[in-house]
Design a protein. Structure first.
Lengths: 585, 121
């Protein structure tokens, strides 16, 4: 018997419709439209605010000292705000968004959105050589998360709406609705067949419409129509792919190395690190103003062949260094824009040389700058499909698409060969965050480590002596025990390691000495699993390491020990131990 | 069988309808803010383009053609569709002895109206 509500007559038709939406799948579609509109409008405000502030802070033709002072002061103020109030708003925003999506159930705080908006607007307007698109993605994802949570939706629905916000943000920031959809699926979700495709398309289209309504129908870059002049040009475009790939690898390696160095400095000084980026870009900007800010004006100029070769070459070097220092030192801003800038300059340089040497069979430098943008984007961000569509959308030039695809793939391949880990994954790794790979996300799991894991056995403090630790280990059935210091887990110490240290007369040494010797010889990482891993992964790692126990750590920090999983635990979830007992009986 | 999804927070969710009303109010406010900012920027851009064009004209009258070309190009970066700016650029390029550049500068105008550039070439 259906329960009849006693009060339906009091409800208006509208409120009943909204109530009905709560339990309907169509809610996702309605929310996609709403999120698309909100995110589109916020990103348009972000673009306008950043542009207008920048025009006032370091106007073209302004005094040279301003170009040093403004970025330095800007990075000092935003650096302090990021350190004190908005620690999650540092950097690009893409790794943070993926972290929120896969580890935090799509939860991004409103405070982070506010911090990202104002700190990025401040740092980009003061001339910091970073981009606005990565931050836009985090702002969009954050707004989607906040709206969904305010509406009281389940974690699953919140997670589904995060990529919807990302797509809307990118569509508005870059004016590229198709590339925004692809990026959300290819990079954020890592699955081109994700079930949220419909919602992502809707939000991207809505944000794009909002952008057009407010700012009109202008592509990001205006370029002349370029075409292939001679089939021999394919070879030069392939060469551009090689140069773009090598340039991308240099940029990524430099950025990661500088960031690692800054992260090694005392944590209490983190608020002042961004000033290193501001001062560096300021000094560069004093001599070469083109290096300041996002620099899309100069991208457009090189796309139209308006920059001479030596300026282009100088800009390649300066922008790579400026962006790496600004990002590495902890300023807020992304690497999408700089990737396009660096790529356009690399393409412009290759094109200028090619056109000077072989004028009859080559297009002008602008065509190569266009292809170079895609090549660097594919090499740095590692989303080859998105980069082809994005270059097509930002320029609306279809004629150069085949050379673009060739150069992109070559650049992607070279970048993959020389820098295995994609930049966003490497950045997350530096923060101790282990994002799940696309393979592990899409693989259907029968049993997860979370189902098999148990409370950690006695944790050994790293200042304990080897002899005492060996005594404790002998009383334990597991092959290895976790060792930790005040900041968390440092690794697992196996029984045979302890026994062999005693045999060598090192029983008075501490566990820290043992771990230090081991990590310096091999790698600072230790074998571990995450709760969402399949138990097959745990078995595989046990086989590789020869241990019958592995630590289970959080994806948010590899040093946060959640438990351990033993070989017997895994057998137990498969029911094999019970079978053995039955057989014995 | 689908079970009802668990709510994200244990605390009571804010009013569903109230949140939607808040979001729509935010959309309206943001739209008004963006439009105001965009209009202000547009007006500033137009004034800047006009300033560059006027400076370009003065330089061209003084015979400083290469500087005038730079000013015209700057103005055209802001107002791409402006036919007068484009024709002024082409005239100055012709006067500088660069007919090929002049032709490419007015290519778009020529494609729309072949009589528009009478007197330049």
């Amino acid at each position: 018997v259906e329960e009849v509500s006693s009060q339906p007559s009091r409800k208006t038709r509208v409120s009943r419709w909204f109530e009905g939406l709560r339990n309907e799948n169509q809610l996702s579609l309605v929310l996609s439209l709403i999120i698309g509109a909100v995110v589109g409008l916020v990103i348009v405000a972000f673009i306008l605010l950043t542009g207008r502030l920048a025009a006032r802070m370091y106007p073209p033709g302004g005094a040279g000292w301003r170009r040093i002072l403004v970025p330095t002061l800007g990075s000092l103020i935003t650096g302090f705000l990021l350190y004190r109030y908005f620690p999650n708003a540092r950097g690009s925003g893409i790794p943070q968004t993926k972290f929120a999506l896969f580890v935090e159930n799509g939860r991004i705080q409103f405070r982070t959105v506010i911090g990202k908006f104002f700190c990025c607007a401040g740092s980009l307007a003061s001339g910091i050589a970073l981009g606005r698109e990565g931050p836009s993605v985090q702002i969009g994802a954050g707004l989607a998360s906040v709206i969904a949570r305010r509406l009281g939706l389940s974690s699953e629905r919140v997670k589904m709406l995060v990529p919807v916000g990302c797509a809307a943000a990118l569509a508005a920031a870059f004016n590229t609705p198709i590339a925004a959809v692809l990026f959300s699926l290819e990079e954020i979700l890592g699955d081109l067949h994700a079930p949220v495709l419909g919602s992502v398309v809707l939000s991207s289209a809505t944000a794009w419409m909002v952008l057009h309504l407010v700012l009109g129908d202008d592509p990001l870059f205006h370029v002349s129509g370029y075409r292939l002049v001679h089939p021999a040009e394919f070879a030069i475009y392939a060469l551009l792919g090689v140069v773009g790939g090598l340039g991308s690898v240099c940029f990524v390696k430099l950025l990661l190395a500088l960031r690692k160095w800054f992260m090694g400095l005392p944590r209490t000084t983190a608020w002042i690190h961004p000033v290193a980026g501001g001062l560096t870009v300021g000094i560069m900007g004093f001599f070469v103003p083109e290096v300041l800010g996002v620099g899309y004006n100069y991208v457009e100029r090189v796309l139209n062949g308006d920059l001479v070769l030596h300026t282009v070459v100088i800009l390649i070097v300066l922008k790579i260094v400026a962006t790496a220092v600004c990002y590495g030192s902890g300023n807020a801003g992304g690497i999408f824009g700089p990737a396009l800038f660096i790529g356009a300059m690399i393409g412009g340089a290759v094109g200028s040389v090619a056109h000077n040497l072989l004028p009859a069979i080559t297009a002008t430098a602008g065509a190569y700058a266009l292809v170079g943008m895609g090549a660097a984007f594919a090499g740095i961000v590692r989303t080859p499909l998105t980069s082809v569509i994005m270059i097509f959308e930002v320029t609306r030039d279809y004629t150069i698409i085949v050379p673009l695809m060739i150069a992109n793939l070559i650049s992607f391949f070279i970048s993959f060969k020389l820098q295995r880990q994609p930049i966003y994954e490497a950045l997350a790794d530096q923060d101790g965050v282990h994002l799940p790979s696309s393979r592990s996300r899409t693989q259907p799991l029968r049993f997860q480590v979370a189902q098999a894991m148990r409370e950690p056995p006695g944790i050994l403090p790293v200042d304990m002596e080897v002899g005492e630790a060996a005594e404790r280990a002998r009383r334990n059935v597991a092959d290895a025990l976790p060792a930790s210091d005040s900041r968390g887990l440092l690794g697992m110490i196996s029984k045979w390691e302890l026994e062999s240290a005693i045999a060598q007369g090192n029983s008075k040494k501490t566990l820290a000495d043992l771990i230090l010797a081991r990590t310096s010889a091999h790698d600072s990482e230790f074998p571990h699993v995450h709760p969402d891993h399949g138990v097959e992964v745990a078995l595989e790692r046990m086989g590789t390491t020869g241990l019958n126990v592995l630590p289970v750590v959080s994806r948010a920090s590899v040093r946060r020990l959640l438990g351990v999983v033993t070989f017997e635990d895994i057998m137990e979830v498969y029911g094999l131990l019970r079978m053995r007992e039955v057989a014995k009986e | 069988m689908n079970e009802p999804a668990k709510r994200n927070d244990e605390s009571p969710a804010p009013s569903f309808l109230g949140t939607l009303v808040l979001v729509f109010a935010a959309i309206a406010a943001l739209f008004a803010f963006d439009t105001m900012m965009a209009n202000a920027e547009h007006a500033e851009d137009q004034a800047e383009a006009q300033r560059l064009f006027t400076e370009g004209q003065q330089l061209a009258r003084q015979g400083r053609n290469s500087e005038a070309v730079e000013k015209y190009r700057g103005a055209l970066m802001i107002r791409r569709e402006d036919r007068h700016y484009r024709l002024a650029l082409a005239r100055t390029l012709m006067a500088s002895g660069k007919p090929v550049d002049a032709e490419s500068a007015v290519e778009e105008v020529l494609s729309r109206d072949s009589l528009a550039v009478t007197g330049i070439f």
